[in-house]
Design a protein around this ligand. Structure first.
Ligand code: G
Ligand code: G
Ligand code: MN
Ligand code: NA
Length: 254
């Protein structure tokens, strides 16, 4: 409860910050998109991970104002980067299942994009497989609305949840993000190699892009390249960074 009250004040006291992690295009070697990752800098407790405070924000309803702040902040940053020469850059934003269930979500997203004078396809919304479990019909309708507005949908942590392959096709997913648990042991686990290879092949057959998460080594990267994975994200390239540092990273790779 203490953390919940502190979180309530975090937004107004300017304790929330965005970090950004690049998603590398393996064909061009350049940054295809950046993922916005939320950080909470508490004056006494230090930096608190979103894994810790997002569940609290969800239970207390604060995820809605926080989520809107995240979208606005990340898209404002994207606009600034596009204006400074990164014209094709996209922004990936994580959505909580609770945000996803808001009927106003598609309209809110379009409104912020218009506010920032950004095209809809500059935004990738990362959903987890869980969003479709409770109410697949409503989920499909929301995804269709977002897709119709031109927003790109990514399936985050793919392979760890419950999505069926038929759902995947129906949901018009732009990108599958292969969960880092399959990437970690690519070097010595033949099952993980088989799984990752099969996900990439399936995504190709369904016309979806693939991003491997948690890429930390050159040999993981070599395997992913060989399998035709489109993008890679992970400490091998960069940790999540504050905007100025990420900009320096991108300038070196223009
Ligand atoms: O960056 P880090 O590895 O600490 O993120 C931990 C978890 O928090 C990840 O599952 C990530 O998707 C989630 N997360 C990070 N930022 C956001 C955000 O802005 N909104 C939501 N809903 N989840 C986020
Ligand atoms: O659930 P989601 O994929 O949004 O979460 C991304 C999380 O993964 C973030 O917390 C981020 O800090 C973390 N992450 C990003 N790259 C790596 C990596 O190479 N290795 C590990 N262990 N974690 C990573
Ligand atoms: Mn994510
Ligand atoms: Na993920």
């Amino acid at each position: 409860l203490q953390l919940e009250n502190a979180l309530r004040r975090a937004l107004e006291r300017d304790q929330l910050r965005m970090h950004y992690q690049p998603q590398m295009d393996l064909t061009t070697g350049r940054v295809h998109s950046v993922e916005a990752l939320l950080r909470w800098h508490h004056p006494q407790l230090g930096t608190i991970s979103p894994a810790e405070f997002i569940p609290i924000a969800e239970d207390s309803g604060q995820i809605l104002p926080i989520g809107e702040w995240v979208l606005r902040t990340a898209l404002q940053q994207l606009k600034a980067w596009r204006d400074r020469g990164f014209a094709d850059l996209s922004m990936a934003v994580n959505l909580s299942a609770i945000q996803f269930r808001q009927p106003q979500l598609p309209e809110m997203v379009s409104q912020i994009l218009a506010e920032m004078e950004l095209p809809s396809d500059a935004l990738e919304l990362e959903l987890t497989e869980g969003v479709a479990v409770d109410d697949p019909h409503t989920a499909a309708a929301t995804m269709n609305q977002l897709h119709a507005r031109g927003v790109r949908l990514s399936m985050d942590d793919f392979g760890t949840g419950y999505s069926s392959l038929s759902q995947l096709k129906r949901f018009q997913i732009f990108k599958l993000k292969i969960d880092q648990s399959f990437v970690r042991d690519l070097g010595n686990d033949g099952n993980d190699r088989a799984i990752v290879s099969a996900i990439i092949r399936m995504a190709q057959a369904l016309g979806m892009r693939t991003t491997a998460e948690g890429v930390e080594t050159e040999s993981q990267l070599a395997f992913l390249r060989e399998q035709g994975c489109d993008e890679a994200q992970g400490y091998h390239f960069s940790t999540p960074l504050p905007a100025p540092e990420l900009e320096t990273f991108m300038r070196r790779r223009l």
